[in-house]
Design a protein around this ligand. Structure first.
Ligand code: GAP
Length: 520
């Protein structure tokens, strides 16, 4: 499994994700999506919207404001309950959410370094020596609070895995075991609306997009004339004053959610919950996440949010271990009832079958756009050796890949080739995000596209345009990223071929056209 540092460095180098405000030293745990990152994350959101809204006739969309009436947060329970217990390090002063300490500890810099040391020293005798060596070298810098690093007289741990897995708590920043008892903290980001702070309205930047859906339930119902069961979907920013942000874009204070509130008749809620769990799990598989890196985790009773009857997480095996990708909760009728109570408006549904008014139950599949994008990125990352050289390739599903096609002229000094390649790129741009690149030799150009996951490269060469000796054959070479296989395709048929390839049928395409010896 690739480590997060490798992903962070690829993201920066190739323009997927940059540290926020980097020229000022950076703002902790805030990230900006660069030219390729914005394409990639938009693809994740577009696919979610297409599959969850456009391809179903029981769903409609919404885009609610980020700031809402302060009573929303009283009614929703966030004002009173949205305070996760935190714990502080008595040695270095860092704070962590108590329920995320394990995850933060497993993903900490010192745990990652220690994991590598242990992997390198398989034999038990070696392990103790390797730990002692590490304590005297990198350990001093990365984990000065670990007792056996601080005091070389103390024995190295018998089972260091307990430290790495967070079974034995230690500060993720310094390794110290001096962590305070958990205390509550508010996760809501407060803001004042109005030109004068003293007289402004104090409200919060929404900690979840869901409440915008609940307060619009009546509006959407009347405007769309939907019948139960039906859902309202929304993609948008959410904000939380996280105590332990970290692990790159996995946990940040500003992030994007892709949420569905699916309204059903009470009594059918458990069945619908199960259907949504299966639907959402298979969505990640559909776009290329490997089955072995995905699992479902049932929440224990004491873990459930104040509104939930049952909740199941879709978890992904991130570099720091299994972690939540999406939560699918049965929120019962809690939110509609609370908003009806606090607003004085009746948020009921008239059931024509029974001629009775009911308050629908809600199934909520709630995914993170940034976390999904991170999972797609980590899962796609591959390193392999090709003709004695390392090839880094992002094996994105074509629909997820930021760039779909790269058009590459074989000789950038041949005007006919360049003109034909530019024409072709312009033609393809009518339908897909296609790029033209002539800034290096063909081998290098292929590697660059592999590294950002471009599924198809098209090369225009001398045969395409002809020269003094041979007439043009009006064909180009289409190369598939993962197999590196190539076929020679007539220019006139290119759109049809790319269309078929986007649906994932390389073998059919390869069977229809003559193969070309791979250049790289
Ligand atoms: N409306 C329900 C809700 O908000 P949640 O489990 O707190 O549930 C849903 O959040 C999803 O939002 C998570 O599964 C995760 O993908 C994403 N998410 C939550 N907090 C996040 C954070 N601090 N940074 C990035 N993504 C986050």
């Amino acid at each position: 499994m690739v480590d997060l540092d490798t992903i962070v460095s690829l993201c920066k180098r190739r323009g997927f994700v940059f540290q926020s405000s980097e020229i000022y030293g950076g703002l902790g745990s805030a990230w900006d999506y660069g030219p390729l990152g914005v394409e990639f994350k938009n693809n994740v959101k577009r696919l979610w919207w297409r599959d969850m809204v456009h391809r179903r006739d029981d769903m409609v969309g919404l885009d609610a404001a980020i700031t809402m009436h302060p009573s929303v947060w009283k009614a929703s329970g966030h004002a009173d309950h949205f305070a996760d217990p935190f714990t502080g390090c008595g040695e270095c002063g860092h704070y962590y959410r108590a329920d995320q300490l394990r995850e933060a500890q497993a993903g900490s810099r010192w745990a990652q370094a220690l994991r590598k040391v242990l992997e390198g020293a398989a034999a038990r005798k070696d392990r103790a020596q390797a730990l002692r060596n590490w304590a005297r070298s990198d350990g001093k810098r990365l984990a000065p609070g670990l007792p056996w690093v601080k005091d070389p007289g103390q024995p190295v741990p018998e089972a260091p895995e307990e430290l790495l897995e967070g079974v034995r708590p230690a500060c993720p920043a310094c390794g110290s075991p001096r962590l305070s008892e958990p205390r509550p903290a508010s996760l809501m980001l407060k803001t004042t609306l109005g030109p004068v702070e003293a007289t402004g309205t104090v409200t919060y930047l929404r900690p979840e997009t869901a409440q915008g859906i609940f307060v619009n339930f009546e509006n959407v119902l009347q405007a769309s004339r939907k019948k139960l069961p039906f859902g309202i979907a929304q993609i948008g920013k959410a904000f939380r004053n996280e105590i332990t942000p970290g692990n790159f874009t996995f946990r940040t204070r500003e992030f994007e959610q892709m949420e569905i509130e699916y309204f059903v008749k009470p009594g059918t809620d458990e069945e619908w919950h199960q259907r949504w769990i299966e639907e959402r799990f298979s969505w990640y598989l559909r776009y290329g996440i490997r089955r072995e890196n995905l699992r479902l985790r049932e929440h224990a009773k004491e873990e459930l949010a104040h509104y939930a009857k049952r909740c199941v997480d879709v978890e992904y095996l991130f570099p720091m271990g299994w972690s939540e990708l999406e939560g699918i909760a049965n929120r019962t009728d809690y939110d509609l009832r609370r908003h009806a109570e606090f607003s004085g408006r009746s948020l009921e549904y008239f059931d024509e079958g029974t001629r009775q008014k009911i308050v629908p139950y809600v199934i909520e599949p709630s995914a993170g756009a940034d976390r999904s994008a991170l999972a797609f990125l980590v899962d796609a990352y591959h390193e392999e050796e090709v003709r004695g050289e390392k090839r880094v390739v992002l094996r994105f599903h074509p629909e997820v890949a930021p760039v779909k096609v790269a058009v590459l002229p074989l000789l950038k000094k041949n005007e006919k080739i360049v003109a034909a390649a530019r024409d072709l790129a312009a033609r393809l741009r009518e339908r897909w995000y296609a790029v033209y690149d002539d800034t290096a030799a063909i081998g290098r150009l292929y590697r660059r596209q592999d590294e950002v996951g471009t599924p198809f490269c098209i090369t225009v060469d001398v045969q395409t345009v002809g020269d003094g000796e041979s007439p043009p054959d009006h064909r180009v070479t289409v190369r598939e990223r993962d197999s590196m296989r190539q076929v020679r395709v007539p220019l006139a048929e290119i759109e049809g071929v790319i269309e078929a390839l986007m649906r994932g049928s390389w073998s059919e395409t390869a069977a229809r056209y003559p193969a070309q010896e791979p250049a790289a």
